[in-house]
Write a protein that binds this ligand. Structure first.
Ligand SMILES: NC(=O)c1ccc[n+]([C@@H]2O[C@H](COP(=O)([O-])OP(=O)(O)OC[C@H]3O[C@@H](n4cnc5c(N)ncnc54)[C@H](OP(=O)(O)O)[C@@H]3O)[C@@H](O)[C@H]2O)c1
Length: 300
């Protein structure tokens, strides 16, 4: 594919692991960069995988992770900010730092993973940081490609497995009326898109929004999971202000199960917008949530 290794920052995460797998299957040398990098469980002798310890907040470790690489992907995430680490530190300053050092290191191609709905005027600090992060990356590395996936699903994901856990409750609380529209996308399809973006001649497009083929209301996805689990439960609408109050109360916990930012995210449709590149432009037909659900929720 490319000459030097491709460094996948966040290569041990849910999306990062899928990207590493697709790259390795394509015969590409891959460098897995994270604070605690580990080899994937499928790795075999002969796979061209390197591990490097890197923290996106630490300049020297990023330089080492980028040295000699031909391309880089930033799939580092932070979903819950804390006193120790802010969204800005990871998604804005970290992403910008990585882009600047990638440019200095002569990296040919950089892909920044963001998320659908990244807007600078959001009431969510998380969403604002994602938008500012995109701008910081393009400022430092103007030819970088921004990829915004929708909510990711796949085996051992956080999304479907959380919904599956909810189906054990006698009554399932909905965010509002459960009408928010989502466009879930299979993690492997996003990884396949990344391989195209890293391997093919540079496209003129700089922004991609990747959603699956099904746009579904949150309540319809829950209904699908309930049917798969063969459970019959009442869906209970809960107003968003109650969720916000709950998230505020839970924010005192070290690892809160729900945050204000997550509630805000659930208040807006999360679907592919107009104008960005899509799977269609990459020649990929993404798999549907309906058809993939049994494989994703094979175990409980
Ligand atoms: N999951 C989704 O539904 C979804 C939807 C849309 C967009 N995205 C985006 O996709 C990207 C990947 O998300 P994910 O769900 O795969 O994340 P994840 O499973 O939480 O993985 C996060 C990765 O980042 C690494 N990491 C965390 N802090 C780091 C730091 N300070 N320096 C270096 N590495 C660090 C982690 O390894 P260590 O802890 O060992 O460092 C891990 O490899 C993110 O940009 C996310 O916003 C995800």
């Amino acid at each position: 594919m490319t000459r030097g290794p491709i460094t996948v920052f966040g290569g041990t995460g849910f999306l990062g692991r899928a990207i590493v797998r697709e790259l390795a299957d394509a015969g590409q040398r891959v460098r897995i960069a994270a604070r605690r990098p580990t080899l994937p469980d499928w790795a075999e002798d002969g796979d061209q995988l390197e591990l490097v310890t890197a923290d996106i907040r630490d300049e020297a470790s990023l330089e080492a992770a980028l040295a000699g690489a031909s391309a880089a992907v930033n799939a580092v995430s932070l979903y819950v900010a804390s006193r120790r680490v802010s969204f800005a530190a990871i998604h804005v300053e970290g992403a910008g730092r990585l882009a600047r050092l990638a440019r200095q290191a002569g990296i040919e191609r950089l892909v920044q993973i963001s998320g659908i709905g990244a807007t600078a005027d959001s009431s969510s600090a998380y969403v604002r940081a994602r938008a500012r992060g995109e701008a910081a990356v393009l400022d430092a590395f103007p030819r970088a490609i921004i990829v915004r996936p929708g909510v990711l699903f796949g085996p051992h994901d956080a999304f479907l497995s959380t919904l599956s856990g909810l189906t054990r409750l006698p009554v399932i609380p909905l965010f509002g009326q459960g009408e928010t529209r989502l466009q879930p996308v299979h993690v492997v399809d996003v990884a396949r898109a990344l391989i195209r973006l890293l391997g093919e001649p540079l496209t003129e497009r700089r922004l991609f929004e990747l959603g699956g083929p099904d746009v579904m209301r949150y309540r319809d996805i829950l209904t699908l999971v309930l049917a798969h689990r063969k459970r019959d439960r009442r869906l209970l609408p809960v107003p968003f202000f109650i969720w916000r109050m709950l998230a505020t109360l839970l924010s005192v916990l070290p690892d809160p199960p729900l945050t204000r930012d997550q509630v805000i995210l659930m208040q807006r449709d999360n679907v592919v917008g107009d104008g960005a590149g899509t799977f269609h432009h990459l020649g990929i037909v993404p798999r549907s949530l309906r058809e993939s659900l049994p494989e994703c929720l094979a175990t409980e």
